[in-house]
Design a protein around this ligand. Structure first.
Ligand code: HEC
Length: 507
């Protein structure tokens, strides 16, 4: 009795102290993000895996496991119910740098009879960069018997890739590897969709006898999927403008680098007339950096039925692209989860109709607010209601017109605050030209750059696209915004300067 009394007195005297301390400490030790979804479903959302390192590709296996290919060269298999993950293969001959690394994985469409897994990744050989396509045999808990099917040129960017197997035939979407001629050259493997048997030979019904080329004229495909009825779709990164979704037909030219997005300019329509190029079924300017693409045919989430599901990096969202009955047109676009999970790289759909998203917040080009403590993550979506604001939230306030333009055209590289990423994208806050040399500043925006450039003693070899397509008043808005970022304090650039530079640069 005495003891209880003493305890109560002590609690009344000091208990609140303890409680406040405990709550405070908990607040401090808690990661910035909300972990509410971890292992429990809320609003149809559940985080089923965390602490991954840039899962480039996730695929639902016929063994009802999720197969995961991480950018650094790890292939593993995860039980979506328990989250238990088992590593099957760790590549040792891979070359990893910025976007180069393990870039594609596909499981055979009939794993029981043909237990094969196809992967492609960049390597360095005799001082050259190559993209290697390898077939592995899946055997219990490992992948073995690697058979190299192909090695093609690779580069410091634009290496694609996506792999898909349908009816025992392997499709490989290759990047142009920064070449401006390969995409239009039917004799080279880059900038193409290649179609092959599972031993790497050309099927007899390919368009050109003995050649793997199925379609060409591509820049850098980041998503590829067959619909239920067998139509092939791709998502592709444009340059400064025109990200695309294409519906792929056999032996057709998709126009890169001359035609970007829909053929509109005189140069584009002339090229289209001469080469019979195919326009995309959807294009985005400002760009969204599309990535993984999937097709949804289930009843479970009605809002997704007969749609292409596209995840985006720059756009940080899941986009639902409603198809018409023939699958030839995109009728509408709904954006979900904008900025909620950060950059999203790939997705897969289970036979139960659940959608799994894989984030890409630990990759080479991080965005503000990410990575969060448990990134990268795989997120299960089992319910989606377009009327639920929870699903559609966008945390970027529209702000001023100039802030929005900067956000749409510059921030994906130079970042929201203009500080860039050291060694990859220079800071516009500490730039020597932004404030002091308006001519060079505008010139850079109009002409872009193929690098390398040395800025404040650091070398930048990433290209910057030309933004000459922006209107004069948009350029004034953007430059004024950049000239007021952080400690930059400079007057707006005069319209005459832009006009004069357009004439001298012919832009
Ligand atoms: C795809 C990435 C990318 C985008 C988008 C981009 N830039 Fe750049 N930018 C770069 C890279 C890489 C460099 C460094 C290479 C160089 O200067 O040649 C650079 C350099 C610059 C420089 C030169 C800095 C200095 O100190 O010399 C300026 C100014 C600049 N960018 C402004 C912009 C503006 C304004 C936009 C939006 C209209 C923009 N950039 C969009 C990648 C990008």
């Amino acid at each position: 009795m005495k003891f209880i009394c003493l305890n109560s007195i002590l609690f009344i005297a000091f208990g609140w102290f303890y409680l406040v301390y405990f709550i405070d400490r908990n607040e401090l030790s808690r990661p910035k993000e909300s972990l509410t979804y971890l292992n429990q479903e809320e609003d149809g959302i559940k985080i089923i895996a965390s602490n991954l390192n840039v899962p480039l590709e996730i695929a639902w296996g016929q063994d009802n496991q999720i197969w995961i290919a991480e950018h650094g060269g790890l292939i593993s298999r995860m039980n979506p119910e328990t989250g238990n993950k088992q590593v099957l293969l760790e590549l040792t001959d891979i070359w990893v740098s910025r976007t180069a690394g393990l870039l594609g994985m596909a499981l055979h469409s009939d794993m029981k009879k043909f237990p094969y897994v196809f992967i492609c990744y960049t390597i360095q050989k005799d001082k050259k960069y190559l993209m290697r396509l390898v077939r592995y045999k899946s055997d219990k808990d490992t992948l073995n018997e690697p058979k190299i099917l192909m090695e093609i040129p690779a580069a410091n960017g634009h290496n694609g890739s996506r792999l898909v197997v349908r009816k025992g035939i392997l499709y490989w979407a290759t990047g142009d590897a920064l070449s401006l001629t390969d995409s239009q050259n039917p004799k080279t493997p880059n900038g193409k969709i290649l179609r092959m048997n599972i031993d790497g030979t050309a099927p007899s019904d390919n368009p050109m006898k003995g050649s793997l080329v199925w379609a060409w004229g591509f820049r850098n495909i980041q998503g590829m999927v067959f619909s239920e009825s067998g139509q092939l779709y791709t998502s592709e990164h444009g340059d400064a403008t025109d990200d695309e979704i294409n519906l792929i037909s056999k032996a057709r030219n998709y126009g890169w680098p001359t035609v970007q997005g829909f053929a509109e300019s005189v140069e584009e329509t002339t090229f289209k007339g001469l080469h019979n190029t195919v326009d995309p079924i959807k294009a985005w300017t400002p760009t969204i950096a599309p990535a993984g693409l999937d097709y949804y045919s289930y009843d479970k989430i009605p809002a997704l039925k007969n749609s292409l599901l596209l995840v985006t990096l720059k756009g940080k969202s899941l986009r639902v692209l409603k198809l018409d009955n023939e699958g030839k047109k995109i009728l509408g676009e709904q954006v979900y989860f904008e900025n909620k999970f950060g950059r999203i790289r790939d997705l897969c759909v289970s036979p139960a109709g659940d959608v799994y998203l894989a984030t890409s917040n630990r990759d080479w080009n991080p965005v503000s607010g990410f990575p969060q403590a448990s990134d990268d993550r795989i997120i299960k979506i089992s319910k989606l209601d377009p009327a639920n604001p929870h699903n559609i939230v966008s945390s970027i306030p529209p702000g001023s017109k100039s802030a929005l333009l900067y956000q749409q055209y510059c921030a994906s590289c130079h970042k929201d605050d203009g500080m860039g990423v050291k060694g990859i994208f220079p800071s516009l806050q500490t730039s020597l030209i932004v404030v002091n040399n308006p001519k060079e500043f505008v010139k850079k925006i109009l002409s872009g750059s193929n690098g390398p450039a040395t800025i404040n003693g650091v070398t930048y070899d990433t290209p910057m696209p030309s933004f000459a397509f922006l209107k004069d008043d948009e350029l004034i808005d953007i430059t004024t915004y950049v000239r007021s970022l952080g400690s930059n304090h400079a007057a707006p650039i005069k319209p005459e300067l832009i006009k004069e530079l357009r004439t001298t640069l012919n832009k």
